[in-house]
Design a protein. Structure first.
Length: 305
């Protein structure tokens, strides 16, 4: 009997030890899994956050440097003293490894100073809701410059970028829209560049607006309506010429006597600017008709040439 009892006790101890080992192994496995999952969340969660706008342009550095060198070496060699490498570095440091909803004007200040250059008087052309038309016009007529024809605007046109707090510091998947957060890299950049462009304007300035927009040609919420118009200097700008263009085949929602244009004129008059407004400025309308020669809206253009 004592021998049988001893064997039973031994088996009980063995079973107990095995149970303890299994329990410890399970606890260790749970801790390891928890650690892995937590670490994974820290690394992945910022990348998993999907914004609504497109991500950083692929090969952003090469795009910015290529455009910069083309601008200062080929298009405007008088600006050849601009350091494109420094310009790229200042742009990169403005957003890399940063929360894309927490960008400030201070982040871009070094870039603005490095890339700024004088704008000849009487050449500044502002626009709203006429992007394609106004840039076709400046390509065909070198007498005018939009923001996108300056070094800053030329480098950044149709390019996007935003940072990410985790490696590699740049989000290539998505970037926030203005509706998601106003202090995103793109919005802050274009506001600062627009302000600087307006401050540099002198002589007669032009603004091309779209009279086919149902909501009105002039909008207070636009970059022109909220930033550029208030940074024109009355001591440097002698007059503002408004070109109100209608889309070929599109509605003529507003003319120079329209409600939103009256509001724009009122703002400009309060700031002591001289103002003129012309419906379908002829040189631009002729350019529209080059692309739509058979449209009925262009018969007048054809018959008078």
């Amino acid at each position: 009997m004592p021998l049988v009892q001893g064997s039973a006790r031994t088996r009980q101890r063995t079973v107990l030890l095995v149970g303890i080992v299994v329990l410890l192994a399970a606890l260790v496995l749970a801790v390891v899994l928890a650690s892995v999952l937590t670490h994974g969340k820290e690394e992945v969660s910022p990348k998993m956050l999907q914004w609504k706008d497109r991500g950083t342009t692929k090969n952003l550095q090469e795009v910015i440097l290529g455009r910069c060198y083309n601008y200062v070496m080929a298009r405007y060699p008088e600006l050849g003293d601009k350091d494109c490498l420094k310009i790229w570095e200042s742009l990169k440091h403005a957003f890399i490894y940063k929360n894309p909803c927490n960008i400030t004007s201070e982040d871009y200040q070094p870039l603005m100073e490095l890339a700024s250059h004088p704008i000849p008087c009487n050449k500044s052309l502002f626009w709203s809701k006429t992007s394609e038309l106004v840039h076709r016009y400046t390509k065909s007529n070198q007498n005018f410059l939009t923001l996108e024809d300056t070094l800053l605007g030329y480098m950044a046109d149709r390019v996007s970028w935003c940072g990410d707090p985790s490696a590699p510091g740049i989000n290539y998947e998505s970037c926030p829209k203005r509706s998601e957060c106003e202090s995103n890299p793109g919005s802050v950049f274009w506001k600062m560049a627009s302000k600087m462009f307006a401050e540099a304007a002198c002589g007669v300035v032009q603004v091309m607006l779209n009279g086919s927009v149902e909501a009105g040609a002039f909008r207070n919420s636009s970059i022109f309506g909220s930033i550029e118009i208030f940074n024109l200097n009355p001591d440097k700008v002698s007059a503002v010429h408004i070109w109100l263009m209608h889309d070929i085949g599109g509605p003529q929602s507003e003319s120079c006597s329209g409600h939103s244009i009256k509001r724009l004129k009122s703002i400009l008059e309060e700031r002591n600017f001289k103002i003129t407004c012309e419906d379908n400025y002829r040189p631009v309308q002729l350019l529209q008709c080059v692309h739509n020669p058979d449209h009925s809206d262009c018969r007048l253009c054809t018959n008078t040439m």
